[in-house]
Design a protein around this ligand. Structure first.
Ligand code: SF4
Length: 348
């Protein structure tokens, strides 16, 4: 039964995809570099949010060679707001490796693609099938959800066992139009059989052989392994202004948001007296407290609960880089966790 369901997928999906696919900037392009950029951006990020970033990125850095030699600040600026900055750092390392090991030509073998930094089985599968027509499935959360519903299978979709079964099952039925099949499956999972809502089975080309639809269990699938609870961290962020400049410094080279710009901050939730004492230790004289706001930012395994304190100071100190608003907006890559406080300033 399982094999039969996999076998029927290409014939059901390909015509449906030709009729129903969304027009996206990276569709119809089989340049492996562009496929790679789009797939890395689409990890953890919504399609609508990626469109603008993708167009800008491939315009500024149109080839592997441009990416390999790009300045880090430019890269971070192009990625600003997308989050998970290790993705773009790995892309640069991968581009350098392609220049050194493959003479700048994007590798066309699965083993070479998956060996690139930041490229896992999903991305390698997507690049190889879409750009090179190989029968390499791209199994992500969308595909796993669709298949768990099709098979009416209650195995946790994030278990290695299920991922392997799905990958093997799909690989055996890949049609000649490998890239189109990969994209059709992704499209079904992103649209009619989408996450966090009831699937639109009446609009689905697979409903005639979908086990979940037949059994009436689609709203119970997919099943997932329960997540570890997120670690909470309190932080006090100090937005220091002197004249028309703001104090920033760089985060350490290792760890979360490594190498990014940040507003000065200390662990823990300080009250105003605590903040004023920290600032005094920096040899700065506060002339006005303009605002205190609470914000939170969620990373994969940690949540920052942040108190932002906005202070006007009489003079600058050497501990920080002092930037104008224009420099912050155009040159510095301020990750979203800190940009939350920057955006607040426009409301004052
Ligand atoms: Fe998903 Fe419904 Fe299609 Fe089954 S019939 S694959 S549950 S949209």
């Amino acid at each position: 039964m399982e094999k039969e369901i996999f076998r029927r997928l290409p014939d059901a999906l390909l015509p449906w995809y030709a009729e129903n696919k969304r027009i996206l900037p990276w569709r119809e392009i089989s340049d492996p570099y562009c496929v790679w950029v789009s797939e890395i951006m689409l990890q953890q990020t919504r399609v609508e949010a990626v469109k603008g970033y993708y167009n800008r990125f491939v315009k500024v850095l149109p080839t592997v060679s441009h990416l390999a030699t790009a300045d880090d600040e430019l890269l971070y600026k192009l990625w600003e707001g997308l989050g998970y900055y290790s993705r773009v750092r790995n892309m640069k390392k991968a581009a350098q490796l392609i220049m050194e090991k493959h003479n700048g030509k994007f590798p066309d073998k699965y083993a070479d693609v998956i060996a690139l930094p930041g490229v896992g089985p999903y991305t390698a599968g997507a690049i190889c099938s879409i750009a090179f027509g190989l029968n390499t499935p791209a199994v992500d959360g969308n595909v796993l959800r669709v298949v768990s519903r099709l098979l009416n299978d209650f195995t946790p979709v994030d278990s290695q066992d299920f991922k392997k079964r799905v990958s093997q099952g799909l690989q055996e039925v890949y049609p000649g139009e490998a890239g189109t099949f990969t994209q059709a499956l992704m499209e079904l999972g992103a649209t009619v059989c989408g996450p966090n809502r009831k699937p639109d089975c009446t609009a689905c080309p697979c409903s005639s052989f979908c086990g979940g639809f037949r059994a009436g269990t689609t709203d119970q699938l997919p099943v997932k392994i329960p997540k570890r609870s997120r670690h909470m961290e309190d932080k006090t962020v100090v937005i220091l202004r002197c004249g028309d400049c703001y104090a920033l410094d760089k985060r350490p080279d290792k760890g979360l948001l490594s190498g990014m710009w940040q507003f000065p901050n200390v662990p823990g939730r300080l009250d105003l007296d605590g903040v004023l004492s920290v600032v005094k230790d920096m040899d700065l004289r506060v002339i006005e407290v303009s605002l205190i706001v609470e914000r939170k930012h969620i990373f994969t395994h940690v949540q920052w609960n942040m108190t932002g304190v906005y202070l006007e100071v009489a003079e600058r100190c050497d501990n920080f880089v002092w930037m104008t608003a224009e420099q912050i907006n155009t040159d510095a890559c301020l990750p979203t966790a800190f940009r939350l406080f920057w955006d607040e300033l426009s409301k004052i």
